[in-house]
Design a protein around this ligand. Structure first.
Ligand SMILES: NC(=O)c1ccc[n+]([C@@H]2O[C@H](COP(=O)([O-])OP(=O)(O)OC[C@H]3O[C@@H](n4cnc5c(N)ncnc54)[C@H](OP(=O)(O)O)[C@@H]3O)[C@@H](O)[C@H]2O)c1
Length: 286
Protein backbone atom coordinates (compact mmCIF):
# COMPACT_ATOMS: atom_id res chain seq x y z
CA UNK A 1 0.00 0.00 0.00
CA UNK A 2 2.80 2.45 0.89
CA UNK A 3 4.66 1.70 -2.31
CA UNK A 4 1.47 2.18 -4.24
CA UNK A 5 0.80 5.45 -2.50
CA UNK A 6 4.34 6.59 -3.34
CA UNK A 7 3.63 5.75 -6.99
CA UNK A 8 0.42 7.79 -6.79
CA UNK A 9 2.26 10.78 -5.36
CA UNK A 10 5.04 10.50 -7.93
CA UNK A 11 2.47 10.39 -10.73
CA UNK A 12 0.81 13.52 -9.37
CA UNK A 13 4.15 15.34 -9.62
CA UNK A 14 4.68 14.05 -13.18
CA UNK A 15 1.13 15.12 -13.97
CA UNK A 16 1.72 18.61 -12.56
CA UNK A 17 4.72 19.03 -14.88
CA UNK A 18 2.85 17.56 -17.84
CA UNK A 19 0.22 20.29 -18.26
CA UNK A 20 2.54 23.33 -18.66
CA UNK A 21 4.77 21.24 -20.92
CA UNK A 22 1.84 20.19 -23.10
CA UNK A 23 0.60 23.79 -23.16
CA UNK A 24 3.99 25.11 -24.36
CA UNK A 25 4.43 22.40 -27.04
CA UNK A 26 0.88 22.94 -28.34
CA UNK A 27 1.24 26.72 -28.25
CA UNK A 28 4.49 26.46 -30.22
CA UNK A 29 2.28 25.25 -33.07
CA UNK A 30 2.61 21.49 -32.84
CA UNK A 31 -0.57 19.96 -34.28
CA UNK A 32 -0.93 16.50 -32.83
CA UNK A 33 -3.51 15.15 -35.28
CA UNK A 34 -6.30 16.05 -37.72
CA UNK A 35 -6.01 19.09 -39.99
CA UNK A 36 -3.18 20.49 -37.86
CA UNK A 37 -0.89 17.43 -38.11
CA UNK A 38 2.29 18.31 -40.05
CA UNK A 39 2.48 16.91 -43.61
CA UNK A 40 5.70 15.00 -42.89
CA UNK A 41 3.90 12.93 -40.22
CA UNK A 42 1.63 11.26 -42.81
CA UNK A 43 3.85 8.22 -43.52
CA UNK A 44 3.76 7.44 -39.78
CA UNK A 45 0.00 7.83 -39.41
CA UNK A 46 -2.42 5.13 -38.30
CA UNK A 47 -6.12 4.71 -39.28
CA UNK A 48 -7.97 7.46 -37.37
CA UNK A 49 -10.93 5.55 -35.95
CA UNK A 50 -8.90 2.60 -34.66
CA UNK A 51 -6.15 4.79 -33.25
CA UNK A 52 -8.75 6.93 -31.48
CA UNK A 53 -10.48 3.85 -30.04
CA UNK A 54 -7.21 2.30 -28.85
CA UNK A 55 -6.02 5.57 -27.30
CA UNK A 56 -9.24 6.36 -25.43
CA UNK A 57 -10.49 2.94 -24.30
CA UNK A 58 -7.45 2.65 -22.06
CA UNK A 59 -8.76 5.44 -19.84
CA UNK A 60 -11.82 3.65 -18.37
CA UNK A 61 -9.78 0.45 -18.03
CA UNK A 62 -7.08 2.31 -16.06
CA UNK A 63 -9.75 4.06 -13.96
CA UNK A 64 -11.47 0.77 -13.09
CA UNK A 65 -8.13 -0.81 -12.24
CA UNK A 66 -7.21 2.11 -9.99
CA UNK A 67 -10.66 2.14 -8.38
CA UNK A 68 -11.01 -1.61 -7.95
CA UNK A 69 -8.93 -1.38 -4.79
CA UNK A 70 -7.59 -4.87 -5.46
CA UNK A 71 -4.08 -3.53 -5.07
CA UNK A 72 -5.08 -2.07 -1.68
CA UNK A 73 -6.34 -5.45 -0.59
CA UNK A 74 -9.74 -3.89 -0.03
CA UNK A 75 -12.41 -3.29 -2.67
CA UNK A 76 -13.25 0.37 -3.20
CA UNK A 77 -16.64 0.05 -1.56
CA UNK A 78 -15.10 -1.01 1.75
CA UNK A 79 -11.87 0.96 2.06
CA UNK A 80 -10.46 1.74 5.50
CA UNK A 81 -12.16 5.11 5.44
CA UNK A 82 -15.54 3.43 5.19
CA UNK A 83 -14.81 0.84 7.80
CA UNK A 84 -13.47 3.29 10.37
CA UNK A 85 -16.32 5.73 9.86
CA UNK A 86 -18.88 3.29 11.20
CA UNK A 87 -21.23 4.10 8.30
CA UNK A 88 -22.65 1.44 6.05
CA UNK A 89 -20.77 0.93 2.78
CA UNK A 90 -23.93 1.63 0.75
CA UNK A 91 -24.38 5.09 2.22
CA UNK A 92 -20.74 5.99 1.74
CA UNK A 93 -20.35 4.59 -1.74
CA UNK A 94 -22.64 7.11 -3.38
CA UNK A 95 -19.93 9.51 -4.60
CA UNK A 96 -17.68 6.69 -5.87
CA UNK A 97 -20.63 5.22 -7.79
CA UNK A 98 -21.60 8.57 -9.35
CA UNK A 99 -18.01 9.35 -10.38
CA UNK A 100 -17.43 5.91 -11.88
CA UNK A 101 -20.71 6.10 -13.80
CA UNK A 102 -19.89 9.58 -15.20
CA UNK A 103 -16.41 8.52 -16.29
CA UNK A 104 -17.74 5.38 -17.97
CA UNK A 105 -20.49 7.31 -19.78
CA UNK A 106 -18.01 9.93 -21.02
CA UNK A 107 -15.48 7.38 -22.24
CA UNK A 108 -18.05 5.05 -23.80
CA UNK A 109 -18.98 8.02 -25.95
CA UNK A 110 -15.42 9.15 -26.57
CA UNK A 111 -13.83 5.75 -27.29
CA UNK A 112 -16.68 3.83 -28.96
CA UNK A 113 -19.62 6.03 -30.05
CA UNK A 114 -17.54 8.99 -31.28
CA UNK A 115 -15.42 6.95 -33.77
CA UNK A 116 -18.57 5.14 -34.95
CA UNK A 117 -20.50 8.40 -35.53
CA UNK A 118 -17.76 10.36 -37.25
CA UNK A 119 -18.10 10.13 -41.06
CA UNK A 120 -14.34 10.39 -41.57
CA UNK A 121 -11.45 10.73 -39.19
CA UNK A 122 -8.00 11.91 -40.25
CA UNK A 123 -5.17 9.39 -39.77
CA UNK A 124 -3.33 9.81 -36.46
CA UNK A 125 0.48 10.06 -36.20
CA UNK A 126 1.90 7.11 -34.22
CA UNK A 127 3.49 9.33 -31.54
CA UNK A 128 0.18 11.08 -30.94
CA UNK A 129 -1.37 7.69 -30.19
CA UNK A 130 1.56 6.83 -27.90
CA UNK A 131 1.23 10.15 -26.02
CA UNK A 132 -2.55 9.67 -25.77
CA UNK A 133 -2.12 6.16 -24.30
CA UNK A 134 0.50 7.24 -21.75
CA UNK A 135 -1.65 10.18 -20.68
CA UNK A 136 -4.82 8.11 -20.42
CA UNK A 137 -3.18 5.37 -18.35
CA UNK A 138 -1.77 7.94 -15.94
CA UNK A 139 -4.93 10.03 -15.78
CA UNK A 140 -7.31 7.07 -15.49
CA UNK A 141 -5.23 5.36 -12.81
CA UNK A 142 -4.68 8.39 -10.54
CA UNK A 143 -8.36 9.31 -10.73
CA UNK A 144 -9.38 5.70 -10.03
CA UNK A 145 -6.92 5.47 -7.13
CA UNK A 146 -8.28 8.73 -5.73
CA UNK A 147 -11.82 7.31 -5.91
CA UNK A 148 -10.79 4.11 -4.11
CA UNK A 149 -9.14 6.05 -1.32
CA UNK A 150 -10.95 9.35 -0.92
CA UNK A 151 -14.40 9.25 -2.51
CA UNK A 152 -16.02 7.81 0.62
CA UNK A 153 -14.71 10.48 2.98
CA UNK A 154 -15.35 13.23 0.40
CA UNK A 155 -18.93 11.98 -0.03
CA UNK A 156 -19.44 11.98 3.74
CA UNK A 157 -17.97 15.48 4.04
CA UNK A 158 -20.33 16.72 1.33
CA UNK A 159 -23.32 15.26 3.18
CA UNK A 160 -22.13 16.60 6.53
CA UNK A 161 -21.77 20.09 5.05
CA UNK A 162 -25.55 20.15 4.55
CA UNK A 163 -26.94 22.55 1.96
CA UNK A 164 -23.51 23.96 1.06
CA UNK A 165 -22.17 20.45 0.35
CA UNK A 166 -25.19 19.46 -1.70
CA UNK A 167 -25.01 22.72 -3.63
CA UNK A 168 -21.31 22.21 -4.37
CA UNK A 169 -21.97 18.71 -5.66
CA UNK A 170 -24.97 19.92 -7.70
CA UNK A 171 -22.88 22.70 -9.31
CA UNK A 172 -20.14 20.20 -10.23
CA UNK A 173 -22.62 17.68 -11.61
CA UNK A 174 -24.48 20.43 -13.51
CA UNK A 175 -21.22 21.60 -15.09
CA UNK A 176 -20.30 18.05 -16.04
CA UNK A 177 -23.67 17.34 -17.67
CA UNK A 178 -24.01 20.76 -19.37
CA UNK A 179 -20.42 20.64 -20.66
CA UNK A 180 -20.95 17.09 -21.90
CA UNK A 181 -24.11 18.08 -23.80
CA UNK A 182 -22.42 21.10 -25.43
CA UNK A 183 -19.50 18.87 -26.39
CA UNK A 184 -21.77 16.17 -27.84
CA UNK A 185 -23.95 18.54 -29.90
CA UNK A 186 -21.00 20.56 -31.17
CA UNK A 187 -19.31 17.32 -32.26
CA UNK A 188 -22.57 16.30 -33.99
CA UNK A 189 -22.63 19.54 -35.97
CA UNK A 190 -19.05 19.00 -37.15
CA UNK A 191 -19.99 15.47 -38.25
CA UNK A 192 -22.86 16.91 -40.33
CA UNK A 193 -20.47 19.33 -41.99
CA UNK A 194 -17.99 16.56 -42.67
CA UNK A 195 -20.75 14.40 -44.20
CA UNK A 196 -21.83 17.29 -46.48
CA UNK A 197 -18.26 18.04 -47.51
CA UNK A 198 -17.62 14.41 -48.45
CA UNK A 199 -20.68 14.43 -50.76
CA UNK A 200 -19.80 17.65 -52.65
CA UNK A 201 -16.89 18.21 -54.98
CA UNK A 202 -14.39 20.77 -53.68
CA UNK A 203 -15.27 24.25 -55.07
CA UNK A 204 -13.93 27.78 -54.73
CA UNK A 205 -16.43 28.41 -51.93
CA UNK A 206 -15.71 25.06 -50.24
CA UNK A 207 -12.08 24.35 -51.06
CA UNK A 208 -11.56 21.19 -49.00
CA UNK A 209 -13.24 18.72 -46.75
CA UNK A 210 -14.10 21.40 -44.22
CA UNK A 211 -16.94 23.95 -43.95
CA UNK A 212 -17.59 27.01 -41.78
CA UNK A 213 -19.80 25.88 -38.86
CA UNK A 214 -22.83 28.16 -38.38
CA UNK A 215 -24.98 26.50 -35.72
CA UNK A 216 -25.96 28.37 -32.55
CA UNK A 217 -23.18 26.78 -30.50
CA UNK A 218 -20.64 28.00 -33.05
CA UNK A 219 -21.97 31.55 -33.26
CA UNK A 220 -19.75 32.72 -30.38
CA UNK A 221 -16.70 30.48 -30.62
CA UNK A 222 -14.91 28.34 -33.21
CA UNK A 223 -14.52 25.37 -30.85
CA UNK A 224 -17.57 24.93 -28.58
CA UNK A 225 -16.82 21.19 -28.40
CA UNK A 226 -13.56 22.00 -26.61
CA UNK A 227 -15.26 24.58 -24.39
CA UNK A 228 -17.83 21.92 -23.41
CA UNK A 229 -15.06 19.43 -22.64
CA UNK A 230 -13.28 21.96 -20.41
CA UNK A 231 -16.49 22.80 -18.50
CA UNK A 232 -17.16 19.08 -18.11
CA UNK A 233 -13.83 18.32 -16.43
CA UNK A 234 -13.97 21.50 -14.32
CA UNK A 235 -17.29 20.08 -13.06
CA UNK A 236 -15.51 16.82 -12.23
CA UNK A 237 -12.88 18.80 -10.29
CA UNK A 238 -15.61 20.61 -8.32
CA UNK A 239 -17.33 17.31 -7.45
CA UNK A 240 -14.13 15.60 -6.30
CA UNK A 241 -12.08 18.51 -4.90
CA UNK A 242 -9.11 16.16 -5.29
CA UNK A 243 -5.67 16.69 -6.83
CA UNK A 244 -6.26 14.31 -9.80
CA UNK A 245 -9.53 16.10 -10.62
CA UNK A 246 -7.91 19.54 -10.65
CA UNK A 247 -4.95 18.22 -12.65
CA UNK A 248 -7.27 16.71 -15.25
CA UNK A 249 -9.17 19.99 -15.63
CA UNK A 250 -5.84 21.83 -16.06
CA UNK A 251 -4.52 19.26 -18.56
CA UNK A 252 -7.72 19.54 -20.61
CA UNK A 253 -7.23 23.32 -20.81
CA UNK A 254 -3.51 22.97 -21.54
CA UNK A 255 -4.33 20.69 -24.45
CA UNK A 256 -7.49 22.23 -25.88
CA UNK A 257 -6.97 26.00 -25.51
CA UNK A 258 -3.86 26.09 -27.79
CA UNK A 259 -5.54 23.65 -30.19
CA UNK A 260 -8.62 25.89 -30.35
CA UNK A 261 -6.40 28.93 -31.04
CA UNK A 262 -4.67 27.07 -33.88
CA UNK A 263 -7.97 25.87 -35.38
CA UNK A 264 -9.40 29.40 -35.11
CA UNK A 265 -6.37 30.81 -36.95
CA UNK A 266 -6.68 27.99 -39.51
CA UNK A 267 -10.36 28.94 -40.19
CA UNK A 268 -9.34 32.56 -40.76
CA UNK A 269 -6.53 31.53 -43.13
CA UNK A 270 -8.77 29.11 -45.05
CA UNK A 271 -12.05 31.05 -45.34
CA UNK A 272 -11.91 34.75 -46.24
CA UNK A 273 -15.56 35.15 -45.11
CA UNK A 274 -15.02 33.57 -41.69
CA UNK A 275 -17.11 35.47 -39.06
CA UNK A 276 -14.77 38.08 -37.64
CA UNK A 277 -16.51 38.53 -34.26
CA UNK A 278 -16.31 34.84 -33.38
CA UNK A 279 -13.74 33.97 -30.67
CA UNK A 280 -11.64 30.81 -30.51
CA UNK A 281 -12.90 29.12 -27.34
CA UNK A 282 -14.13 31.46 -24.57
CA UNK A 283 -17.08 33.65 -25.67
CA UNK A 284 -16.16 37.39 -25.88
CA UNK A 285 -12.73 36.72 -24.34
CA UNK A 286 -10.38 34.50 -26.33
N1 LIG B 1 -9.99 15.92 -22.90
C1 LIG B 1 -9.09 16.22 -23.82
O1 LIG B 1 -7.98 16.63 -23.50
C2 LIG B 1 -9.42 16.05 -25.30
C3 LIG B 1 -8.39 16.11 -26.24
C4 LIG B 1 -8.70 16.00 -27.60
C5 LIG B 1 -10.02 15.84 -28.00
N2 LIG B 1 -11.01 15.75 -27.07
C6 LIG B 1 -12.41 15.63 -27.50
O2 LIG B 1 -12.52 14.73 -28.59
C7 LIG B 1 -13.49 15.19 -29.54
C8 LIG B 1 -12.88 15.29 -30.94
O3 LIG B 1 -11.82 16.21 -30.88
P1 LIG B 1 -10.97 16.60 -32.17
O4 LIG B 1 -9.79 17.37 -31.67
O5 LIG B 1 -10.79 15.42 -33.05
O6 LIG B 1 -11.98 17.62 -32.91
P2 LIG B 1 -11.83 18.26 -34.37
O7 LIG B 1 -10.40 18.36 -34.77
O8 LIG B 1 -12.64 19.50 -34.37
O9 LIG B 1 -12.51 17.17 -35.34
C9 LIG B 1 -13.69 16.45 -35.03
C10 LIG B 1 -14.26 15.80 -36.31
O10 LIG B 1 -14.97 16.78 -37.05
C11 LIG B 1 -14.34 16.99 -38.33
N3 LIG B 1 -14.35 18.45 -38.52
C12 LIG B 1 -13.87 19.37 -37.65
N4 LIG B 1 -14.12 20.61 -38.10
C13 LIG B 1 -14.75 20.47 -39.29
C14 LIG B 1 -15.27 21.40 -40.27
N5 LIG B 1 -15.18 22.71 -40.09
N6 LIG B 1 -15.86 20.90 -41.39
C15 LIG B 1 -15.96 19.56 -41.57
N7 LIG B 1 -15.50 18.65 -40.69
C16 LIG B 1 -14.90 19.09 -39.56
C17 LIG B 1 -12.95 16.40 -38.22
O11 LIG B 1 -12.48 15.95 -39.48
P3 LIG B 1 -10.91 15.62 -39.73
O12 LIG B 1 -10.57 14.40 -38.88
O13 LIG B 1 -10.86 15.32 -41.19
O14 LIG B 1 -10.12 16.82 -39.31
C18 LIG B 1 -13.21 15.24 -37.25
O15 LIG B 1 -13.77 14.17 -37.95
C19 LIG B 1 -13.97 16.55 -29.04
O16 LIG B 1 -15.21 16.39 -28.43
C20 LIG B 1 -12.93 16.97 -28.03
O17 LIG B 1 -13.47 17.78 -27.02
C21 LIG B 1 -10.72 15.86 -25.74
Amino acid sequence: MNELHDTYRLLLVVYAVFSPLCFCISLAGSGWYGRLAPGWSRPYALPGRWAWFAGEIISPIALLYGASGRQLDAPFLTTNTYASSGHSADRNAWLASVLLALWLIHYTNRAVIHPLRVPRMSPMPAWTLAAMMIFNVMNGWVNGYWISLYAASTGQALLRAGLAGKLKFAVGLGMFVAGGLVNYYADSHLFQLKRASLKDRPSKEHPGRYRIPYSRLFSLVSCPHYLGEIVEWCGWAVMTSGAPGYLFALATMANLVPRALSIHAWYHRTFSDYPSRRRAIFPWLL
